[in-house]
Write a protein that binds this ligand. Structure first.
Ligand code: NAD
Length: 494
């Protein structure tokens, strides 16, 4: 039963998502707020961000993020459009009669002071690159936002960590609140977000589970129940789990670490396969049938990228090290090491195919985002591959990605390989990028690359067909530098 005496009327989500220059990537704040507002027409949900440009875009007809289904949900809750068949897969029907109940603002004092629940969804990026000592999450934005929230929150408000944070953060947040607002009662919950970019609305609507970590006190459980009641509008109770805050914070990190570990594990096997007659796809299929293993996250390839996996494994390592568990830290560091080796191996194979000499060669790179069907370039695999290839001074590296903005690609590359981006060109079309290329490297398994038709000589692009026939010529003669996307992806080959 709901032990909270007052019903929740206002929720504030802090962090509207996506960092500065990167415009096409998902942020969790906006979609989370939109789905919550959709299922609770009587609750006002306000998304707060310190960046006025970002807020302006959330208010505009053109949302700042590309996520299937998000436009529709936002139109309903932000603009009051009629809800019909919005989310077919939802466990519960969506209320159709409604008012506008999703708002966007930069006014911290007003948004926070009205909220019964404040959800912290600000960025918590990787603090440092490199495996080993000092790896942890950069908590500057989270801590800064938390101090602002502490100043303005109304007594009795529930503060929810949605951001991915190191274990023990709820305890730190409690101390911050006690210092800045002595005597005011607040509850702090951990409620990590498990959504994946590219399927955010679906993941929020039909989550595998909702995890709520709370203080093991009557008021802690009461706060957890209040939040659980909100989710219960669309999530079956069996999928709403309550734990202590440490378990919840650590579970989020471990979920990402385990997913990354599976990819690193199958990639380590791909290295064996390439030196033997074994086929890593066949192995993945065979072991995936084992109910204890299951088929997911067993696709060998270039490895994992993005802003989450590395940071979260680094956090697990950091926690283990800080507890004196060096062997545990070492174990998880190997997941990162294996991931880096995979990219190096890929780049090495390209270079070896040209007998160690890329001078004068044009290499086409298809895909730049950290994974398929997103424009998110954070910690993209392509950056490392291109950096390694540029060291061999090719004539040109031609890039095409259907979702990434040109300036984001250049910005990432300039940061990773300063001063050498003159050798890089970015194209609006895969055929143009591949034109006259000596090799085509498929770096993300974007659907578009799988389905890209081979243009015939009579087709629109003679140049492109020249690339393909050039490739098949090489395939027949001097060992291929271009292959089908499937093969390239699954073997991390070229
Ligand atoms: P993001 O960088 O896209 O967005 C964070 C937003 O917070 C930015 O718009 C920033 O301006 C805003 N912000 C920072 N400080 C603020 C302050 N003091 N006041 C108001 N706004 C402030 O981050 P994201 O991708 O949405 O990720 C947020 C958190 O969710 C991270 O901890 C991340 O690890 C976690 N997470 C992300 C995903 C994902 O797919 N992106 C999935 C699960 C969990």
């Amino acid at each position: 039963s709901d032990l909270r005496s007052e019903p929740v009327q206002n929720v504030c989500v802090v962090g509207a998502g996506y960092v500065g220059r990167l415009t096409q990537m998902l942020g969790i704040g906006g979609p989370t707020a939109a789905v919550l507002a959709l299922h609770h027409p009587n609750i006002t949900v306000e998304v707060l961000d310190r960046d006025p440009k970002r807020i302006q875009r959330w208010k505009s007809p053109h949302l700042p993020v590309h996520e299937p289904g998000l436009d529709t949900v936002v139109r309903i809750v932000r603009d009051g459009a009629e809800a019909k068949d919005v989310l077919k897969h939802s466990h519960s029907p969506v209320p159709t009669r409604r008012r506008q109940n999703l708002f966007f603002t930069c006014d911290t004092a007003r948004a926070v002071s009205r909220a019964d629940i404040v959800m912290m969804a600000v960025n918590t990026p990787t603090k440092m690159f490199g495996v080993g000592a000092g790896c942890a999450t950069n908590m500057a934005a989270f801590d800064g936002a938390m101090r602002e929230v502490a100043v303005h929150a109304k007594p009795g408000a529930i503060i929810v960590e949605k951001s991915t944070v190191p274990g023990g953060t709820a305890e730190r947040v409690r101390k911050t609140l006690a210092t800045l607002r002595p005597g005011a009662p607040f509850e702090v919950l951990s409620n990590p977000e498990f959504l994946a970019e590219g399927s955010a609305v679906e993941n929020l609507t039909v989550p595998d589970r909702v995890l709520i970590g709370c203080a093991q006190t009557p008021s802690g459980h009461q706060a957890a129940q209040t939040l659980a009641n909100l989710y219960a509008a669309w999530v079956p109770p069996s999928r709403i789990l309550e734990t202590n805050a440490w378990s919840s914070e650590l579970a989020k990190l471990v979920a990402n670490a385990m997913l990354a570990q599976r990819i690193s594990s199958i990639n380590s096997i791909s290295a064996i396969c390439e030196k033997t007659g074994a086929d890593v796809n066949e192995i993945a299929r065979a072991i995936g049938f084992d109910a204890r293993i299951g088929p997911h996250f067993l696709k060998a390839g270039l490895g994992w990228g993005g802003s989450c996996f590395r940071k979260d494994i680094a956090s697990v390592c950091w926690i283990a090290e800080s507890l004196g568990l060096d062997d545990v830290a070492h174990y998880w560091q190997q997941v990162i090491v294996m991931n880096e080796r995979q990219r190096q191996r890929f780049a090495r194979k390209v270079i070896d195919r040209f007998e160690g000499n890329l001078v004068g060669r044009k290499l086409a790179i298809l895909g730049f985002a950290f994974k398929k069907n997103t424009g998110d370039t954070r910690e993209s695999l392509a950056v490392d591959v291109i950096r390694l290839l540029l060291e061999e001074r090719p004539a040109e590296i031609a890039i095409f990605d259907p979702y990434c903005r040109r300036e984001d690609i250049l910005c990432e590359l300039e940061a990773a390989c300063p001063g050498v981006t003159h050798a890089v060109t970015i194209h609006p079309d895969s055929y143009l990028a591949c034109s006259q290329a000596h090799a085509v490297l498929v770096v993300t398994d974007c659907d578009q690359f799988r389905n890209t038709p081979k243009r015939s000589p009579e087709g629109n692009s003679n140049q492109a067909s020249a690339v393909n026939s050039d490739a098949s010529h090489r395939a027949n003669n001097k060992r291929p530098c271009t292959r089908a996307a499937d093969e390239t992806w699954t073997h991390a080959g070229v």
